[in-house]
Design a protein around this ligand. Sequence first.
Ligand code: ATP
Ligand code: MN
Length: 478
Amino acid sequence: MAKRKKIKEILASEEQGYETTVMGWVRSFRNNQFVALNDGSCLSTFQLVIDFENAEQAELKRITTGAALKASGEVIESQGRGQKYEMKVNNFEILGDSDAEKYPLQPKRHTLEYLREIAHLRFRTNTFGAVFRIRHHLAYGIHKFFNDKGYVYIHSPIITGSDAEGAGEMFHVTAMDLNEIPRQEDGSIDYKKDFFSKETNLTVSGQLEAELGALALSEVYTFGPTFRAENSNTTRHLAEFWMIEPEVAFNDLDDNMDLAEEMLKFLIQHALDNCMEDLEFLQQRLENEEKQKPQNERSPMPLIEKLRFVLDNEFVRLTYTEAIEILKKSKPNKKGKFQFPIEDWGADLQSEHERYLVEKHFKKPVILTDYPKEIKAFYMRQNDDGKTVGAMDVLFPGIGEIIGGSQREERLDKLTQRMEEMHIPAHEMDWFLDTRRFGTVPHAGFGLGFERLVLFVTGMANIRDVIPFPRYPGNAEF
Ligand code: ATP
Ligand code: MN
């Protein structure tokens, strides 16, 4: 059964005039003769030419859009235009019928919203085939990048007993019967009777565990699912998303920025090297999509040019304080165009501000550093000014924040003092503080939201369209 040649191999090869077998799904069937077959190995379909005069009518009728087909024959130079090779079919077999009337994917354009409702079938479209092949290559590229540098891949836990991280709202994990929740005398939930004998959640980040690894293995990274129950119905947030979190001993903030920039450029180059056919398709798709939009809402560059632009330019690095000065004096701020006007130092930056800096002011990726400590997490390293911490956010055009990271506070006294100020129970974090008690070193790391990277590289507009089965408020289908 498995003896088949992939369409990608056939089309890439210089060979012809040989017999082989292909299997895939019918995209279209024209003139009772020409099948466009796709097997997912690449975007292109392969043309099968059926000898319809000698085929059984009943069998020909079963070649419908969506049907699964096995065909054997000779690969020859194509007689028609539009493809290099085609197959002169000797015999074919329907592996799985598809009722053309009922098949939800008709050979026409469907909206992305409609395709999201049939996410189980959208893999079979050109757009989602391209998106998920690129997603695969980027995932592989991440492992390649870190492996080649000698990093150790750490699997951080998905169910966590630590709730002090504070990166976002958490999903509770329980095996309790919700109709009969065990309670203590004061009415509070008795987690001692739950599966883990304590309160547990789905992880929001693997960072703290990665830090434990880094303080022994020097250079580690995580790449796993993370969960946030934040009710943000945006095109940039999912309730379940994948995060890459490198953590490196002996790195300071500058090293951290260098690593982030190098990694992002490597991944974009990796996509250009491995996914050109899919990128060209998505570039064309984006162009068609944006034709209906007014000029000022269109992307400033075609997709592939945008990717090359990021490769060819150094990211702008500036401090939060410098950014606030720019934003204060900016046109949209003076004209009251920002939903959240920038008045004072200390304001949290919203995505409208991030995008102004990246898309309008610098027109380049930007790394912002040294944020006010009040708006950042407890574990970030305190600067000597007493006001800011060694944080860094990487901001990308069209996306906003793609990476958030920092140099970590390695000094025990400073760390515990900050935890106290932020009401983080130190006794629950003893395991974390032990790294600062025994052989602490400067270290730094960051989190890259995988879907935001895929969004950037594919040029898709909604994060729900770059993960196979998106989870967001009100939706956990499939
Ligand atoms: P944002 O401000 O965009 O909500 P954040 O500051 O909460 O993000 P971090 O906690 O710094 O994000 O997480 C690190 C990275 O994870 C972010 O830079 C982003 O790329 C990604 N990320 C965060 N939240 C989400 C989400 N809900 N869905 C998808 N990716 C996310
Ligand atoms: Mn962040």
